[in-house]
Design a binder for this molecule. Structure first.
Ligand SMILES: [Cu+2]
Length: 179
């Protein structure tokens, strides 16, 4: 289920998904998919971009130097940005999920080079909370090439319903996700 409106140069898109808590994936809307280990992936077209939100379990994140030294086989290598390492987010709780956005040119389906990306998420239920800014790191999966480049970080998102807002240059998408 995708709505799209255009306001001048800016584009807006929204997607809604419910992450099935068990096997019963029937009835989830189009433009959604579920992967192993409770990850959710939602692609949205906004302006010139294909902006795909993925929220999954927390990932190990390494600097490039750390990765060269320790040769991890899973996790993510951070190219730029803020690494959320310690397990605690600022004054809130355990970083329990990995929130990331892939930004592709919707015509070529290749990564957009050096996009300006900002990401916030806001709990809507069980309790409405203020939006939280995600410290955006630029990363690629361990043993992946630059085609895997994406944006996001480990975050604290206890079970609930969230609105995730993503700005890429002048394009804008919102996603509603039940975790
Ligand atoms: Cu990532």
């Amino acid at each position: 289920m995708i709505m799209r409106k255009t306001y001048g140069a800016a584009a807006f898109a929204a997607a809604i998904i419910a992450l099935p808590s068990a096997a019963g994936a029937a009835g989830t809307p189009a433009h959604t998919s579920s992967m192993a280990m409770g990850a959710v992936t939602i692609p949205v077209t906004a302006g010139a971009y294909r902006m795909t939100l993925t929220i999954g379990p927390r990932e190990a994140m390494y600097s490039q130097a750390q990765a060269r030294r320790t040769h991890p086989t899973t996790g993510e290598i951070m190219l730029r940005g803020t690494m959320m390492m310690g397990g605690m987010s600022m004054g809130m709780g355990m970083l329990n999920r990995h929130l990331e956005v892939y930004v592709l040119d919707r015509r070529t389906m290749r990564p957009v080079s050096n996009p300006m990306v900002s990401i916030t998420y806001q709990a809507l239920s069980p309790m409405m909370r203020r939006p939280v800014q995600v410290p955006v790191a630029v990363m690629v999966g361990v043993s992946m090439d630059m085609a895997d480049i994406h944006y996001g970080n480990n975050v604290f998102m206890p079970a609930g319903t969230y609105r995730v807002s993503v700005h890429v240059n002048t394009a804008y998408a919102t996603y509603t996700v039940r975790l």
